[in-house]
Design a protein around this ligand. Structure first.
Ligand code: SF4
Ligand code: SF4
Ligand code: SF4
Length: 204
């Protein structure tokens, strides 16, 4: 986790409230998209685990009231994820065209999309699990495509005592001690910090 990671959730109310008064706040959504595409070839889904405002808002705030039940298998299904990606990108493209290239109008559209998405993400976070959305979020799926496997979770397997702590702390509910280097690992490092035997590490 980066030093700034715990402070990132504050961006959610800042973008929403700021955007209601000043549409240019909506361009935060584009900055987010550019940042994650630039980071993913070198660090996979690192953006999700350390820099995404909504993902971290769910981790630090909504996790306190989340039911934290098992994430449905459907959310992890690649066909389902591709369908959501196509639908959301098409909708976004349609809304961008509607802005007719007018800077403020596009900003307002992006703000409304940020608010709408945040509402959906938050409902899923509370009713299922804080990172349930992150399994089929289009931005997460895009990062998987750009990932060049350069920042991967590894293990000194001989030291593992199979205590299962790493599995319990993983916000993505990945079977950490069985599947090292899962493509949906968001590189949050919680499994590494929690392992009593220092089995896990990132290979840069
Ligand atoms: S999957 Fe989407 S919502 Fe979740 S952390 Fe990544 S970019 Fe943010
Ligand atoms: S927390 Fe460490 S020791 Fe325990 S199962 Fe995971 S990798 Fe093995
Ligand atoms: S496997 Fe470890 S680093 Fe990856 S998402 Fe789970 S807890 Fe975070």
């Amino acid at each position: 986790m980066l030093k700034i990671t715990p402070y990132i959730p504050i961006l959610v109310p800042v973008v929403i409230i700021g955007g209601l008064f000043y549409p240019l706040f909506g361009y935060f959504l584009l900055i987010d998209m550019i940042a994650l595409m630039l980071i993913s070839p070198f660090k996979g889904r690192f953006f999700c685990g350390n820099l995404c405002s909504r993902g971290l808002f769910n981790d630090f705030i909504l996790s306190k009231i989340s039911r934290k039940i098992k994430i449905p298998v459907l959310f992890k299904n690649m066909a389902f994820r591709i369908i959501i990606l196509i639908l959301m990108m098409s909708f976004m493209g349609y809304r961008v065209i509607q802005s007719q290239g007018i800077v403020y109008k596009l900003g307002a559209i992006l703000v409304s999309m940020y608010i709408m998405q945040t509402l959906v993400i938050s409902i899923i976070a509370v009713t299922v699990s804080p990172r349930a959305w992150c399994h089929f979020c289009p931005a997460g799926t895009i990062q998987r495509f750009f990932d060049r496997k350069k920042h991967i979770l590894k293990a000194h397997k001989d030291k593992c005592i199979n205590c299962g702590i790493c599995n319990k702390v993983c916000p993505m509910q990945l079977p950490v001690n069985e599947i090292i280097n899962h493509p949906d690992c968001i590189k949050c490092g919680r499994c590494i910090d929690s392992c009593p035997k220092k089995v896990l590490y990132f290979k840069i």
